[in-house]
Design a protein around this ligand. Structure first.
Ligand SMILES: [Zn+2]
Ligand SMILES: [Zn+2]
Length: 141
């Protein structure tokens, strides 16, 4: 699997290519469901000064173009990830806010099976599992 260069992907999505957007796309992809603060500091490490507003606008543009995915667990600030289009789900730690990907739900099809969907055409399921991550859960034994 070959990853194309971020600049080409931006161009392909019809977006203007800027150093900040390239750095931002890299930061989101290298990171693990980063929040805006973490993304901003990584982008600053690479391109120098950039305002929060510019980061927000770039994130919005990249999200709208489908290059990054925004997730927003209830009660938590938005996080961004580079894994798009595969309809995966998330585990969120109630204690520290850590987020892990869940590829699919085993044994219970809550994904995109035929639903009695009240006439809706369903194209996405967004499931968040809440609990305690391995670091936060009580130690056993
Ligand atoms: Zn935790
Ligand atoms: Zn994810």
């Amino acid at each position: 699997m070959t990853a194309s260069h971020p600049a080409e992907e931006l161009r392909g999505a019809g977006l203007r290519v800027t150093a900040a957007r390239v750095a931002l796309l890299d930061a989101v992809r290298d990171g693990d469901h980063l929040g805006v603060e973490a993304i901003t500091s990584r982008v600053r490490d690479r391109v120098g000064r950039i305002s929060h507003q510019a980061v927000y606008e770039a994130l919005h543009a990249l999200t709208a173009a489908g290059l990054v995915r925004r997730i927003e667990p209830a009660g938590s600030p938005a996080r961004f990830e580079g894994r798009v289009g595969d309809n995966h789900h998330h585990l969120v730690c109630r204690s520290c806010g850590a987020i892990a990907d869940v590829d699919r739900v085993v044994g219970r099809d809550v994904c995109l099976g035929p639903l009695d969907d009240a006439g809706y055409v369903v194209d996405e399921a967004d499931v968040t599992f809440w609990g305690l991550c391995p670091r936060c859960r009580p130690k056993t034994g």
